[in-house]
Write a protein that binds this ligand. Structure first.
Ligand code: PEP
Ligand code: MG
Length: 322
């Protein structure tokens, strides 16, 4: 039985009506790539590059990053590798020189990268140099404005130009994606999806920032609810905007691994999921039980419901029927 399960896992997943759904893996370290194909992953949707910081504080050198990224890219080519720029600060590595009273609302992600150009320059250069197979994309964490996207794009373009000159050949620009994980990004989603190659929805932070519930605070953990109507409606808006503007959409937050959320997200128009590799086989087998029409009907109904409880109950009914 186990053998047949792993065999199915490596096949492409399609809905009952034949629509392809792609599953990528969230990776913290390159060693995890060994399980990628066996689990049925079709690439890396999220590499959390901040894990390269040694002792949680020491910035990895450009040469170290280059070796690490090229090794990953080569191992999985031609499958895609989405490298998220260092998401330091907040609940992750504490990089701030000052003690921040609210680190999650503080100096974090893209904010640090913009303020410390040498860190951003080194990482961008390492990524571009490692992209010899053309399978690397760059994902920007904690985006709240178009200006931040433009800033990173300019830095990328400058290094493309410099490296092309140094290497005497035209180098391709990696795709640029924005993490959608702050409500501000949801509000300006149409502008964002017109300016990037792809978006990746980070439901862990999106839930935290939308509901004002610290993702790591046990006192309020019962309020950390990804099926809250506010989240459900945001997800629908974000995915619809991406599809309208021909921008690839992916989910990389933990919600993408939840079997209850799966038909809802497909019904919203999502076709790409990045999840913990070990969750892929089960998710793939679930997909084959749904038609797009019934997931769309489910999503439409969930959008009209006004409580977490009602949304979960509707999703549970759907799950039981499949
Ligand atoms: C998220 O916020 O949902 C996400 C995928 O990023 P991280 O968990 O690394 O903050
Ligand atoms: Mg996040």
């Amino acid at each position: 039985h186990e053998e047949s399960a792993s065999l199915t896992a490596t096949l492409p997943a399609t809905t009952k009506c034949g629509v392809r759904i792609t599953f990528f893996a969230n990776i913290d370290f390159k060693e995890e790539l060994q399980n990628l194909t066996a689990s049925g992953g079709e690439g890396v949707g999220l590499f959390r590059s901040e894990n390269l910081f040694t002792d949680g504080t020491k910035v990895p050198k450009e040469s170290e990053q280059y070796s690490y990224y090229i090794d990953m890219a080569e191992t999985i080519a031609p499958m895609p590798l989405d490298i998220r720029l260092f998401d330091i600060g907040g609940d992750k590595l504490i990089y701030s020189p000052v003690r921040e009273p609210n680190p999650n609302l503080g100096w974090r992600g893209i904010r640090i990268l913009i303020d410390m150009p040498e860190i951003l320059d080194d990482q961008i250069r390492a990524v571009i140099r490692a992209n010899v197979h053309g399978n690397i994309d760059i994902l920007i964490p904690m985006i709240i404005s178009l200006e931040e996207i433009h800033h990173v794009r300019k830095v990328i373009d400058r290094h493309i130009e410099e490296l092309s000159r140094e290497m005497e050949q035209q180098i391709d620009r990696p795709g640029i994606g924005a993490m959608i994980e702050v409500p501000a990004a949801v509000e300006i989603i149409d502008e964002i999806t017109r300016h990037v190659d792809f978006i990746s929805i980070g439901t862990n932070d999106l839930t935290q920032y939308t509901l004002a519930v610290d993702r790591n605070n046990v006192v309020v953990q019962d309020l950390f609810e990804k099926f809250h109507p506010a989240i459900i409606r945001q997800l629908h808006r974000v995915i619809a905007s991406a599809n309208r503007n021909h921008c690839r959409a992916m989910i990389c937050g933990d919600m993408g691994s939840d079997p209850l959320a799966l038909p809802f997200l497909i019904g919203c128009g999502l076709r790409r999921f990045s999840v913990v590799a070990s969750d892929i086989p089960n998710l793939k087998s679930l997909v084959s039980h749904y038609t797009i029409a019934e997931t769309e009907e489910l999503a439409g109904e969930c959008l009209t419901l006004n409580s977490t409880q009602a949304i979960k109950a509707r999703l549970e009914t759907f799950q039981a029927a499949h």
